[in-house]
Design a protein around this ligand. Structure first.
Ligand code: AP5
Length: 218
């Protein structure tokens, strides 16, 4: 039986940074719907073409597209022991769909890790973020700078700023989070697997809290 882990939280709170680390520690695939959509855009796939304008605007891509790509991803052999979700589910409809999908496979949610940070911290993190165009590694110009300016430490790829990390789009994404994703907190809150984790402080500190929370969630 697979036990999947979910990262819940506002844009820029640190879900991707922490999900990559946790996936590595637990030897599980890191499943980021944002990364999957960006890969579809880069490769010119139909889904990417449909999602590109929506993502640039800061709105959410349609539930049916997202549920479709997650369903496909979970059917791959490497998801058999569980995955670390990053950025999914993001609406109540997606959360229901995930519950239905997991029930059909006899799988469970091992932990819902709700990362929390104030808006000021979020805007600072997003406006300084740089992402490797080749391997997806996440940097920050102040908090996690690469050794050589603009170059990924891991693969030598060019570091770029995401199109949706512009101030006006960041504000829109935060508003969309409040309207469409924050209701998921109430959806998961009463479950024994729900854990609220402070996203404040250095990434190592936050990671220690997460590892503890996953252990406590069983
Ligand atoms: P997605 O790619 O999922 O973006 P997001 O949820 O907006 O989250 P971010 O990637 O912006 O932030 P994060 O929390 O991962 O933070 P990070 O670790 O990078 O989605 C993009 C778009 O795709 C959506 O707007 C939507 O259109 C679409 N989409 C995706 N999934 C969807 C879904 N399920 N349904 C519908 N549409 C969907 O950290 C941010 C920065 O902070 C980095 O620079 C990092 O280095 C730094 N940092 C991290 N931790 C710390 C720390 N502790 N201290 C200091 N700096 C830190």
């Amino acid at each position: 039986m697979a036990k999947h882990l979910i990262f819940l939280g506002a844009p820029g709170v640190g879900k991707g940074t922490q999900a990559q680390r946790l996936a590595q520690l637990m030897d599980l695939p890191h499943v980021s719907t944002g990364d999957m959509l960006r890969a579809s855009i880069q490769s010119g796939r139909e889904i990417g073409l449909r999602a590109a304008a929506v993502m640039e605007s800061g709105a959410l891509v349609g539930d049916e597209i997202i549920i479709g790509i997650v369903g496909e991803r979970l059917s791959l052999p490497d998801a058999a022991a569980g995955v670390v979700f990053d950025g999914f589910p993001r609406t109540i409809h997606q959360a229901h769909a995930l519950d239905t999908l997991l029930a059909a496979h006899g799988d469970e949610i091992g932990a819902v890790l709700h990362l929390d940070l104030d808006d000021e911290g979020i805007v600072e993190r997003l406006s300084g973020r740089r992402v490797c165009s080749k391997c997806g590694a996440i940097y920050h110009i102040r908090y996690h700078a690469p050794a050589a300016y603009g170059v990924c430490d891991l693969c030598g790829g060019a570091l770029l700023q995401r199109d949706d990390d512009q101030p006006a789009i960041i504000r829109k994404r935060l508003a969309v989070y409040q309207a469409e994703t924050a209701p998921l907190i109430a959806y998961y809150h009463e479950r024994p697997t729900y854990r609220l984790v402070s996203g404040e402080g250095e990434a190592d500190e936050v990671f220690s809290r997460i590892v503890k929370a996953v252990g406590a969630a069983g």
